[in-house]
Design a binder for this molecule. Structure first.
Ligand SMILES: Cc1ncc(COP(=O)(O)O)c(C=O)c1O
Length: 265
């Protein structure tokens, strides 16, 4: 079946025909049959160079033999125990070794859960309610961060989606990226638990931090007893083994990782 036929069927089975808005390519997404190395083979017979690689976690390309053999070895031993396993200690040890700012690790299943847990932890620890995010920053599909980009430092959160309570996102404030003054101004007037940001903006196209922006952000948040959450779902293990934390030398209070930790699984 061709991609256009598959998409016609998908629309009868899944709202909009896809499971994520980023896949809603017009007139229809291309459907992939298999992948190897840097190439994707579509059901339409096209051979495409994959510049996306699962949004980054497939650093070694698709179906790299070393990774595949490791997965196959583990499959022999089962894949869901519902109890602790020694392997999780090895993985946690690797993550803490790679990141000087990371003392301990909590495993979750997605980047969205990681940012949700980090925000909850920050609120619980500080006893404060508000969080700040960057306009245009994306941190997953949970209510507190599903807020449209606003137009200034004092903009109150406006829900991005039906079903998200206005009362809830009123606790999500926003500042522009690369604007330490806006952060300083907002913190001078507000009682904030945490500032969450992508160290390199990824979801509006890559935008790098200007000059000392990340160092300024660290200094300003520390001065106001606000926790700094670096969302490394996109930058982690991509800009370097220690992510943006090591690359830019910024020490967050909490860091969130996503699909890279499972290598795409
Ligand atoms: C910076 C950032 N944070 C969080 C998420 C959410 O991760 P997930 O899709 O695994 O829930 C994403 C997803 O792309 C992301 O880019």
């Amino acid at each position: 079946m061709k991609s256009s036929d598959l998409f016609a069927r998908a629309k009868t089975l899944m709202p909009g025909g896809v499971s994520s808005p980023v896949r809603a390519i017009k007139p229809n997404p291309f459907y992939v049959e298999r992948a190897a190395g840097s190439h994707l083979a579509t059901v339409d017979g096209a051979d495409l160079i994959d510049c996306c690689l699962g949004y980054g976690p497939l650093i070694l390309g698709h179906a790299h033999p070393v990774v595949r053999e490791a997965i196959e070895r583990q499959l022999e031993k089962g894949w869901l125990y519902g109890t602790p396993t020694p392997l999780e200690l090895d993985l946690a040890g690797m993550i803490t070794a790679d990141h000087p700012a990371v003392d301990m690790v909590r495993f979750v299943s997605s980047g969205s859960e990681a940012t949700m847990a980090a925000i909850r932890l920050a609120r619980g620890y500080t006893g404060k309610q508000d969080i700040i995010k960057v306009e245009g920053g994306f941190h997953g599909a949970h209510d507190a961060v599903l807020v449209k980009a606003g137009s200034g430092a004092t903009t109150l959160g406006v829900p991005d989606s039906a079903g998200v309570l206005a009362d809830l996102v009123a606790h999500t404030r926003q500042v522009p990226y690369n604007d330490p003054e806006a952060l300083e101004t907002l913190l001078a007037n507000d009682d904030v638990a945490a500032f969450i940001l992508e160290p390199i903006m990824g979801n509006i196209g890559p935008v790098l931090p200007d000059g000392d922006y990340l160092a300024d952000v660290r200094e300003i948040t520390a001065a106001h007893d606000v926790l700094l959450i670096l969302d490394e779902v996109i930058t982690g293990y991509r800009v370097g083994i220690g992510g943006a934390e090591v690359f830019y030398g910024v020490k967050p209070d909490l860091a969130t990782f996503g699909k890279i930790i499972g290598g795409g699984l």
